[in-house]
Design a protein around this ligand. Structure first.
Ligand code: NI
Length: 205
Protein backbone atom coordinates (compact mmCIF):
# COMPACT_ATOMS: atom_id res chain seq x y z
CA UNK A 1 0.00 0.00 0.00
CA UNK A 2 1.23 3.44 -0.81
CA UNK A 3 0.80 6.61 1.18
CA UNK A 4 -2.76 7.71 1.77
CA UNK A 5 -4.27 4.62 0.22
CA UNK A 6 -5.84 3.26 3.38
CA UNK A 7 -9.19 4.70 2.34
CA UNK A 8 -9.26 2.40 -0.65
CA UNK A 9 -9.34 -0.79 1.38
CA UNK A 10 -12.61 -2.66 1.03
CA UNK A 11 -15.27 -1.91 -1.50
CA UNK A 12 -13.16 0.68 -3.30
CA UNK A 13 -10.56 -1.94 -4.09
CA UNK A 14 -13.17 -4.43 -5.23
CA UNK A 15 -14.71 -1.77 -7.45
CA UNK A 16 -11.27 -0.95 -8.82
CA UNK A 17 -10.63 -4.58 -9.74
CA UNK A 18 -14.01 -4.88 -11.38
CA UNK A 19 -13.22 -1.82 -13.46
CA UNK A 20 -9.83 -3.26 -14.36
CA UNK A 21 -11.36 -6.57 -15.34
CA UNK A 22 -14.03 -5.00 -17.50
CA UNK A 23 -11.58 -2.71 -19.24
CA UNK A 24 -9.08 -5.50 -19.74
CA UNK A 25 -11.72 -7.57 -21.48
CA UNK A 26 -12.73 -4.67 -23.70
CA UNK A 27 -9.11 -3.86 -24.37
CA UNK A 28 -8.11 -7.40 -25.33
CA UNK A 29 -10.97 -7.55 -27.80
CA UNK A 30 -9.94 -4.24 -29.30
CA UNK A 31 -6.27 -5.17 -29.44
CA UNK A 32 -7.06 -8.49 -31.08
CA UNK A 33 -8.86 -6.74 -33.86
CA UNK A 34 -6.23 -4.09 -34.43
CA UNK A 35 -3.28 -6.48 -34.20
CA UNK A 36 -4.45 -8.24 -37.35
CA UNK A 37 -3.29 -5.20 -39.28
CA UNK A 38 -0.09 -4.96 -37.20
CA UNK A 39 -0.48 -1.36 -36.10
CA UNK A 40 2.60 0.74 -35.69
CA UNK A 41 2.07 1.32 -32.00
CA UNK A 42 4.56 3.75 -30.57
CA UNK A 43 5.56 4.81 -34.04
CA UNK A 44 5.32 8.47 -33.07
CA UNK A 45 8.49 9.87 -31.51
CA UNK A 46 8.31 10.70 -27.82
CA UNK A 47 10.55 12.23 -25.18
CA UNK A 48 10.52 11.50 -21.46
CA UNK A 49 12.94 11.78 -18.54
CA UNK A 50 15.23 8.89 -17.61
CA UNK A 51 15.27 8.64 -13.82
CA UNK A 52 18.82 7.25 -13.64
CA UNK A 53 20.53 9.92 -15.75
CA UNK A 54 17.90 12.57 -14.89
CA UNK A 55 18.21 13.64 -18.52
CA UNK A 56 15.84 13.66 -21.46
CA UNK A 57 15.31 10.24 -22.99
CA UNK A 58 13.52 9.80 -26.29
CA UNK A 59 12.10 6.96 -28.34
CA UNK A 60 15.17 7.31 -30.54
CA UNK A 61 17.42 6.62 -27.53
CA UNK A 62 15.45 3.53 -26.63
CA UNK A 63 15.52 2.09 -30.11
CA UNK A 64 19.16 2.65 -30.98
CA UNK A 65 20.48 0.72 -28.03
CA UNK A 66 22.48 -2.47 -28.26
CA UNK A 67 19.48 -4.49 -27.18
CA UNK A 68 16.95 -4.92 -29.92
CA UNK A 69 13.90 -5.86 -27.86
CA UNK A 70 12.14 -4.00 -25.12
CA UNK A 71 9.28 -4.79 -22.81
CA UNK A 72 7.29 -1.66 -22.01
CA UNK A 73 4.89 -1.30 -19.13
CA UNK A 74 2.77 1.67 -18.06
CA UNK A 75 1.73 2.03 -14.43
CA UNK A 76 2.30 4.01 -11.24
CA UNK A 77 4.34 3.41 -8.11
CA UNK A 78 1.42 3.93 -5.71
CA UNK A 79 -0.53 1.13 -7.41
CA UNK A 80 -1.39 -1.16 -4.48
CA UNK A 81 -1.40 -4.51 -6.16
CA UNK A 82 -1.56 -4.90 -9.92
CA UNK A 83 1.51 -2.94 -10.96
CA UNK A 84 3.83 -4.51 -8.34
CA UNK A 85 2.73 -7.93 -9.51
CA UNK A 86 3.11 -7.15 -13.21
CA UNK A 87 6.52 -5.58 -12.67
CA UNK A 88 7.64 -8.65 -10.76
CA UNK A 89 6.46 -10.85 -13.62
CA UNK A 90 8.38 -8.73 -16.12
CA UNK A 91 11.52 -9.30 -14.04
CA UNK A 92 10.89 -13.05 -14.21
CA UNK A 93 10.43 -12.90 -17.98
CA UNK A 94 13.71 -11.00 -18.37
CA UNK A 95 15.57 -13.50 -16.19
CA UNK A 96 14.10 -16.56 -17.90
CA UNK A 97 14.85 -15.29 -21.39
CA UNK A 98 18.41 -14.62 -20.34
CA UNK A 99 19.02 -17.83 -18.41
CA UNK A 100 17.31 -20.30 -20.73
CA UNK A 101 17.65 -18.65 -24.13
CA UNK A 102 20.52 -16.15 -23.80
CA UNK A 103 18.20 -13.39 -24.97
CA UNK A 104 18.43 -9.96 -23.40
CA UNK A 105 15.37 -7.78 -23.42
CA UNK A 106 15.21 -4.51 -21.55
CA UNK A 107 12.23 -3.73 -19.34
CA UNK A 108 10.98 -0.15 -19.21
CA UNK A 109 8.52 1.26 -16.72
CA UNK A 110 6.70 4.42 -17.80
CA UNK A 111 4.65 6.14 -15.12
CA UNK A 112 1.13 7.39 -15.75
CA UNK A 113 1.30 9.39 -12.50
CA UNK A 114 3.99 12.03 -13.13
CA UNK A 115 2.65 14.23 -10.31
CA UNK A 116 3.73 11.74 -7.65
CA UNK A 117 6.21 9.65 -9.65
CA UNK A 118 9.06 12.11 -9.59
CA UNK A 119 12.60 11.06 -10.47
CA UNK A 120 13.27 10.57 -6.77
CA UNK A 121 10.17 8.44 -6.20
CA UNK A 122 10.85 6.35 -9.31
CA UNK A 123 14.44 5.69 -8.21
CA UNK A 124 13.25 4.74 -4.75
CA UNK A 125 10.70 2.34 -6.23
CA UNK A 126 13.24 0.84 -8.63
CA UNK A 127 15.11 -0.69 -5.69
CA UNK A 128 12.38 -3.32 -5.47
CA UNK A 129 12.39 -4.09 -9.19
CA UNK A 130 14.59 -6.08 -11.55
CA UNK A 131 17.88 -4.11 -11.78
CA UNK A 132 17.66 -3.76 -15.55
CA UNK A 133 14.48 -1.68 -15.38
CA UNK A 134 14.61 1.70 -17.07
CA UNK A 135 12.39 4.16 -15.22
CA UNK A 136 10.77 6.94 -17.21
CA UNK A 137 8.72 9.91 -16.05
CA UNK A 138 7.96 13.28 -17.62
CA UNK A 139 5.59 16.21 -17.72
CA UNK A 140 1.83 15.66 -17.90
CA UNK A 141 1.96 16.43 -21.62
CA UNK A 142 4.84 14.04 -22.28
CA UNK A 143 3.12 11.22 -20.42
CA UNK A 144 -0.18 11.83 -22.20
CA UNK A 145 1.59 11.78 -25.54
CA UNK A 146 3.51 8.55 -24.97
CA UNK A 147 0.45 6.81 -23.51
CA UNK A 148 -1.58 7.84 -26.51
CA UNK A 149 1.00 6.57 -28.96
CA UNK A 150 0.85 3.12 -27.31
CA UNK A 151 -2.91 3.37 -26.89
CA UNK A 152 -2.60 3.09 -23.16
CA UNK A 153 -5.61 4.34 -21.27
CA UNK A 154 -5.27 5.99 -17.86
CA UNK A 155 -7.60 8.02 -15.71
CA UNK A 156 -7.11 9.44 -12.24
CA UNK A 157 -9.76 8.46 -9.71
CA UNK A 158 -11.17 10.83 -7.09
CA UNK A 159 -8.81 11.76 -4.30
CA UNK A 160 -9.54 10.42 -0.84
CA UNK A 161 -9.56 12.67 2.25
CA UNK A 162 -5.76 12.30 2.61
CA UNK A 163 -5.20 13.38 -1.00
CA UNK A 164 -4.33 9.85 -2.05
CA UNK A 165 -5.72 8.47 -5.27
CA UNK A 166 -5.63 5.51 -7.61
CA UNK A 167 -5.20 5.61 -11.35
CA UNK A 168 -7.23 3.31 -13.51
CA UNK A 169 -4.97 2.21 -16.34
CA UNK A 170 -4.42 -0.37 -19.07
CA UNK A 171 -2.56 -3.41 -17.78
CA UNK A 172 -0.47 -4.59 -20.68
CA UNK A 173 3.15 -5.40 -21.49
CA UNK A 174 4.30 -4.37 -24.95
CA UNK A 175 7.11 -6.17 -26.71
CA UNK A 176 8.66 -3.70 -29.14
CA UNK A 177 11.70 -3.82 -31.39
CA UNK A 178 14.47 -1.32 -31.98
CA UNK A 179 12.39 0.54 -34.53
CA UNK A 180 9.70 1.09 -31.96
CA UNK A 181 7.43 -1.32 -33.74
CA UNK A 182 4.91 -3.31 -31.83
CA UNK A 183 5.80 -7.03 -31.87
CA UNK A 184 3.37 -8.52 -29.38
CA UNK A 185 1.51 -7.72 -26.19
CA UNK A 186 0.78 -9.64 -23.02
CA UNK A 187 -2.03 -9.13 -20.57
CA UNK A 188 -2.39 -10.03 -16.93
CA UNK A 189 -3.73 -13.46 -17.83
CA UNK A 190 -0.57 -14.50 -19.73
CA UNK A 191 1.69 -16.81 -17.73
CA UNK A 192 5.38 -15.95 -17.43
CA UNK A 193 6.29 -19.16 -19.27
CA UNK A 194 3.91 -18.27 -22.12
CA UNK A 195 5.32 -14.76 -22.39
CA UNK A 196 8.82 -16.25 -22.61
CA UNK A 197 7.75 -18.73 -25.30
CA UNK A 198 5.88 -16.16 -27.37
CA UNK A 199 8.73 -13.68 -27.13
CA UNK A 200 11.15 -16.39 -28.27
CA UNK A 201 8.93 -17.29 -31.19
CA UNK A 202 8.50 -13.66 -32.28
CA UNK A 203 12.20 -12.93 -32.06
CA UNK A 204 13.00 -15.99 -34.18
CA UNK A 205 10.53 -14.97 -36.89
NI1 NI B 1 -1.39 -0.31 -11.58
Amino acid sequence: MGLGLAGFVGSGVVYYYELEKKRLQEQSTKTKITSVGKPLLGGKPWTLVDCTSRAAFSSKDLFTMEQKYHLLYFGFTHCPDICPNELKRIGQVVDELKAKHSITILPTFITVDPARDTVKQMNYYKQDLHPSFRMLTGTDEQIEHVAKSYRVYFSKADEDTDGGYLIDHSIVMYLVNDEGEFIDFFTQSAKVSDIVQRTMAKIKE
